[in-house]
Ligand binder design. Structure first.
Ligand SMILES: [Zn+2]
Length: 281
């Protein structure tokens, strides 16, 4: 599933193509993805000029004067951009939505598993939309800090890994980057969330910011000419410190893997966690 850095990478690819252009035609090839499209989806978008391409957690927010398109890429959704003058590939079975823009560019959303979602909301009411209103602070924004994280975790008995994946605590930290952030902060994923206070919360908030920023930077470099923004492109497999690396030594670790068994795998709430028992407490 695309995580926040992948969605941000897609946003950065879309922004220069969308902003200032209008939707000249919207081709909707089915009535629903995860949820039905609004009945007046096509009418409300056609002719609308895009002011801003934003993001909240893992939702893309394509804002025009009247309405904002709230767009989630789902589990395996992919976005393709065809620049002006380039003929789009023949329509595929899973190409459910196509936006033709006034500048001649074409954007295609392909979603084989149909876990994606598109909704429309009056632009001035986006913050109150049911999908958006309860989301906690953006991890890369100024509103997220050690003290804010500590306050959100206070008294929580669940494991810290599960707590930071709760979007009320912090927005859009998914499974992969939760493991990576806890490694960088030196905290065990099993630690009780409420014990992460003071300096530990400071360290963890900093780790979340730095892990996500590094992933966004890596994603930016995969975009190249902004022609293909692929929801799955950005998994940056090579830069993971612990994720998916069971049995290996963690970066900078001098321990004997034969004795310590290296990075451990753990199931938490049905999701895989990876951690170094020696460096994470
Ligand atoms: Zn280690």
């Amino acid at each position: 599933m695309p995580e926040l850095p992948e969605v941000e990478t897609v946003r950065r690819g879309l922004a220069p193509v969308l902003e200032g252009a209008a939707f000249s035609r919207v081709h909707l090839r089915r009535a629903d993805l995860r949820k039905p499209f609004p009945v007046d989806f096509v009418q409300r978008l056609e002719g609308a000029r895009i002011k801003r391409t934003g993001r909240r957690a893992k939702y893309l927010l394509i804002e025009s004067h009247d309405d904002t398109l709230i767009w989630h890429l789902g589990m395996s959704g992919q976005v393709r951009i065809y620049p002006p003058g380039e003929t789009p590939a023949p329509v595929g079975k899973h190409d459910h939505v196509q936006f033709d823009l006034s500048n001649g560019a074409v954007i295609v959303f392909t979603d084989p598993r149909r876990f994606g979602l598109m909704d429309l909301c009056p632009s001035e009411k986006v913050a109150e939309h049911p999908l958006i209103k309860d989301i906690g602070p953006e991890p890369l924004g100024n509103a997220f800090s050690g003290p804010v994280l500590a306050a959100a975790l206070k008294g929580k008995k669940v494991a810290i890994k599960q707590a930071i994946m709760d979007s009320h605590v912090v927005a859009g930290v998914g499974n992969i980057y939760a493991s990576e952030s806890l490694f960088q902060a030196g905290l065990s994923p099993k630690r009780r969330a409420g014990t992460v206070q003071g300096a530990r919360a400071e360290k963890l908030a900093g780790a979340i910011k730095s892990v996500l920023s590094a992933a966004i930077q890596a994603g930016g470099s995969t975009l190249k000419d902004h022609r293909t923004t692929d929801g799955e492109l950005g998994y940056f497999q090579h830069s993971f410190a612990v994720y998916g690396r069971t049995g290996q030594a963690c970066p900078g670790c001098d321990c004997d893997v034969l004795k310590t068994k290296g990075i451990q795998h753990l199931e938490q709430g049905g999701r895989s966690s990876y951690y170094c028992p020696r460096h994470q407490r």
